[in-house]
Write a protein that binds this ligand. Sequence first.
Ligand SMILES: C[S@@+](CC[C@H](N)C(=O)[O-])C[C@H]1O[C@@H](n2cnc3c(N)ncnc32)[C@H](O)[C@@H]1O
Length: 271
Amino acid sequence: MKELAAKTVSYYYESDNACIILGDSFKILRKLKAESIDMIFADPPYFLSNDGITCQGGRMVSVNKASWDKIEFSKQTSFAEKHAFNRKWIRMCKRVLKRDGSMWISGTLHNIYSIGMALEQEGFKIINNITWQKTNPPPNLACRCFTHSTETILWAQKNDKKARHFFNYQIMKDMNGGKQMKDVWTGSLTKPSEKKEGKHPTQKPEYLLERIVLASTEEGQVILDPFCGSGTTGVAALRYGRKFIGIDNCEEYLQITQRRLEKIHNERKRF
Ligand SMILES: C[S@@+](CC[C@H](N)C(=O)[O-])C[C@H]1O[C@@H](n2cnc3c(N)ncnc32)[C@H](O)[C@@H]1O
């Protein structure tokens, strides 16, 4: 994995097929080799920590996720600043992505329209707009609108006539009982059994990342997650024999990632 980054990048944890880096993605991404990554999954800050309320385990709690999700934007220019943030990291990801690679980005109404526009402005073409429908969303406490129960995952490739993204059509069809897989994916929120190594406020369920990894990569390819949190992308990548690079600026989350990756590593050794 060392060969993918400049000598100045030090790894927080490294194994034969994974490395995680503690730091600001805006600084680290520029040190990774150009066109070295086969697939990127990014679950960036959603900017939904707006001091509202939601329901968790039957209790009323703040919607605020953490300080990283609450960027203090000035009122007049808030959209412009969020959009500039999204354009910048997407541009940096494009530099490290191979011509035939692809990028997935998840978001909610708080950021996904900016992300979609930023993707096109930065020279990407959207392949699919996946709707993740949650079967057990928290109820809407204010009762002033419909219950929020979906997230969007955009799948994009470089807008280059020669670019040929990889899609494992057959595996997706097999996983869907022999019928073409559609762009609405239904399933539960992250199960407590996936949080045994520690809690992250926005941990994605493993089944989502497993489907993304299997659909868009082949064994041995390199997957990057620039906002890796508790490392769900890494878990799916290693489980299916891919290589993983994760970046996060919070050490507590990378400790969870490391424990989860070590567990997968040990599981694979047993078989
Ligand atoms: C939405 S969470 C990702 C959760 C992840 N998908 C998972 O399953 O655990 C976003 C992550 O981005 C990290 N983050 C925010 N800004 C960052 C930055 N500038 N550089 C690196 N990481 C950042 C946060 O610490 C947080 O863990």
